[in-house]
Design a protein around this ligand. Structure first.
Ligand SMILES: *Cc1c(COP(=O)(O)O)cnc(C)c1O
Length: 353
């Protein structure tokens, strides 16, 4: 149990009115906790939101020793505030920390910190349909030292950002660029860790995809560039001839919590699911023979993101004549229904703030 010291702001800001975007507005407070080698994590506190003062020599600025997470708080239909599977974010944080030589954080303390901050900021949880309070926990290496080494100091922080509905009017299919030149991650690298470096590595391909008129990049495996891995910040699913198929977690794919939830729901509904290698050739084949029934991404931001078009080199695969698949819609309705407390939470995923 953390003994969190709370200092409230004396100048609360106006809540944003009208349409909320994503990630540009922050709430009045933030959570901070320090780590010092030999002493461990200490001084957990909630303080007014504000800038940090850091040495320009901090290791995070030079060698990228950092991690982040993303989850949301929702205002449920009963008026209470809820989180969705925050224990999974805590577990994934520690898996990322292991890969990046960042010290472990107690999973109970991690969830406690998030709940305490969201409690302080409960009024900031937006209530319009589809809106939520985005939660961004992160850890940065703060030792001022230019040698390549493991930092002796870290900061663990949580900031909050009210965010708008991902879909303005129903699930809209996106078009996706299958990248055959750049790669995001390789086995043995840090693709399975949620860390900024993976995103830095992805930007050049994203620019390329945007220039070609595609919203997102679908990455292939880093060795053969043959097997599908995942989309920018989403895992990917295919419905091929009635079977729900997603790439297996092979060490270079981020183990998404939405991915895990979607697999659990499909299995509960008695649908055949497979986690395995999926080659682009298989997709092209399936599309030609009319067996590629649905494609969708899964992630915290959009929950379910139907894919309407996939482009690989000169081949364009149009999926389901650009309409939203039945399964995509059902998964979206079910996951968001559980999050908001509209549906029975059989799996115990919803956690009251
Ligand atoms: C966060 C993330 C996902 C999605 O994970 P969720 O837990 O479902 O939000 C997928 N891929 C990458 C690269 C990510 O960073």
């Amino acid at each position: 149990m953390l003994d969190i010291k709370i200092t409230k702001t004396t100048a609360p800001r106006e809540k944003p009115q009208g349409k909320l975007g994503f990630g540009k507005v922050f709430t009045d407070h933030m959570f901070i906790m320090d780590y010092t080698a030999g002493r461990g994590w200490h001084d957990p506190r909630i303080v007014p939101y504000g800038d940090l003062t850091l040495s320009p020599a901090c290791m995070v600025f030079h060698y990228g020793q950092e991690m982040f997470e993303g989850l949301k708080a929702y205002k449920g239909v009963d008026g209470s505030s809820y989180l969705f599977r925050p224990d999974m974010n805590a577990k994934r944080t520690n898996a990322t920390n292991d890969r990046l030589c960042i010290p472990q954080v107690s999973e109970e303390d991690y969830v406690q910190a998030i709940r305490a901050l969201v409690q302080v900021e409960e009024d900031w949880i937006p209530t319009d349909p589809g809106t939520s309070l985005y939660i961004r926990p992160f850890i940065i290496a703060t030792e001022p030292y230019l040698g390549v080494d493991i930092s002796k100091n870290f900061l663990f922080m949580v900031i909050l950002s009210p965010s708008g509905a991902y879909y303005e009017s129903g699930l809209a299919p996106v078009s996706i660029w299958i990248e055959d030149d750049y790669v995001r991650a390789v086995k043995g690298g840090m693709g399975a860790a949620k860390t900024g470096g993976n995103y830095a590595a992805s930007l050049a391909a994203q620019v390329k995809a945007h220039d070609e008129g595609y919203a997102q990049v679908l990455w292939l495996d880093g060795v053969e560039r043959k097997y599908v891995e995942e989309v920018g910040a989403m895992n990917i699913f295919f419905k091929i001839d009635g079977t729900i198929v997603t790439p297996q977690l092979n060490g270079s794919i981020l183990p998404g919590i939405t991915r895990n939830s979607v697999l659990a729901l499909c299995q509960e509904w008695g649908l055949p699911t497979e986690e395995r290698l999926i080659s682009v050739d298989e997709l092209l084949e399936a599309q030609k023979s009319g067996k590629l029934e649905e494609v969708f991404g899964t992630g915290t931001a959009a929950v379910i993101s139907p894919v309407g078009k996939l482009r690989y080199k000169d081949d364009v695969m149009v999926i389901g004549s650009g309409e939203i698949g039945q399964l995509s819609q059902k998964l979206y309705d079910t996951v968001t229904g559980i999050q908001l407390g509209k549906l029975d939470d059989k799996f115990g995923w919803r956690v009251k703030v």
